[in-house]
Every structure is written in structure tokens, then in C-alpha cells.
Design a binder for this molecule. Structure first.
Ligand code: GRF
Length: 185
């Protein structure tokens, strides 16, 4: 199973997938890693691991479409079975989603459809949710929507801050993404 990873930041989900492959737990190959941010720690890590790593900086592109076109070009070359969004902070166009329909995955730090968008963990606390978690789902045209593949739950504890809840959820994200990919493999 060939995977392309798109990220914008820290890259801990990318790392969890990388480690699961290394351990022999996930039968997959990461065929390219793309970041829209030159300073993303995740893309530095991808280079260190020797992956085919690309920075396609959206700030250097005149339009959203021009940026996406470059991303698509790299993806066509890499020919992945699945595109894994791992903290990729760009919306994909309808044309992009159509081209790769049912082959783009995302992870989100809430139990979707609750709390889509940014600051999902803060939203959960603000609403007084007692349970939250993460969702791995197929990507469609809408933000943090699309069919759910897998969810893992965590409790929201008295006195939780967005940071403490995020850390508890992130641990489960790393398990969930690998589990979801194993299901697809
Ligand atoms: C994760 O919380 C993920 O759910 C969200 O962005 C964050 C990415 O973290 N989409 P990392 O870059 O994988 O560490």
C-alpha cells in the first residue's frame, strides 16, 4: 500500500505511521511527503528518514489553484494508493477531492461530526463535553466531513485545558491512524 503524506507542522501522526511501518506492524510504504510550510518540523523529519520530501510553499504560489496543481503533479508522480492528511492545514478543492475520491484520509481531534474546524479540543471543553476523541475519515468536499473509518474516545476531565485534552487525544490519534491504515491495507 503506497502512502503519500501531506502535512503542515509537527508531524507526529506522520511519525507514528512511519514507526508502525518500521516495526513491521503496518504493511505500507510512504512514497512521498509534502509540506506547504518550509519550516514544518514534520518535513525536516521526513528528509532525515530519507523519504521523497517536498516543500510546496503556498505563499510562493499566485493562487490556491496554482499551489494545488503543484501538489497534484508530485502526487501523480508518486502514484500513492492513499493520500494521508496528517495535520495538513489547507482546504482541498472539489476537483482535487474528485480526482482522488475515496483515497484521501484525514484525522481530526474530535468525535466528528461534533466540533469540526480549528480548536476542536477547546470547543469540546467549552461545550462541557464529557467524552471526546479523534476521528479518521475519508475526505469529501466539506471541512472535516466524509465517511468515518474509525474513532477512538478519551474522557474530558475536570480541569482539562485545551493543552491537556489535546495531549490525551493525540496519543489516541497515533493509534487510530495506524489502525485505520491497517484496515485499508
Ligand atoms: C492533529 O491533532 C490532527 O488531528 C490535526 O492536526 C494535528 C496534527 O498533529 N488534524 P501532528 O502534526 O500530526 O503532530
Amino acid at each position: 500500500m503506497r502512502l503519500a503524506v501531506l502535512l503542515s507542522g509537527r508531524g507526529s501522526n506522520f511519525q507514528a505511521i512511519h514507526e508502525a511501518i518500521q516495526r513491521g506492524e503496518l504493511d505500507a510504504e510512504i512514497v512521498c511527503v509534502i509540506s506547504n510550510r518550509p519550516d514544518a518540523p514534520g518535513i525536516a523529519r521526513a528528509r532525515d528518514y530519507g523519504y521523497d520530501a517536498h516543500v510546496i510553499d503556498h505563499k510562493q504560489c499566485a493562487t490556491r489553484a496554482a499551489h494545488e496543481e503543484q501538489v497534484l503533479r508530485v502526487l501523480e508522480q508518486a502514484a500513492p494508493d492513499y493520500i494521508v492528511l496528517a495535520g495538513y492545514m489547507r482546504l482541498l478543492s472539489a476537483a482535487f477531492v474528485e480526482r482522488w475520491r475515496d483515497r484521501i484520509l484525514n484525522i481530526h481531534p474530535s468525535l466528528l461530526p461534533a466540533f469540526p474546524g480549528v480548536d476542536a479540543q477547546a470547543q469540546a471543553i467549552a461545550h462541557g463535553a464529557k467524552v471526546s476523541g479523534c476521528t479518521v475519515h475519508f475526505v469529501d468536499e466539506n471541512l472535516d466531513a466524509g465517511p468515518i473509518i474509525l474513532q477512538r474516545t478519551v474522557p474530558v476531565l475536570e480541569g482539562d485545558t485545551p493543552e491537556t485534552l489535546s495531549a490525551r487525544i493525540l496519543e489516541q490519534e497515533h493509534v487510530a491512524y495506524v489502525e485505520a491504515l491497517k484496515t485499508l491495507a
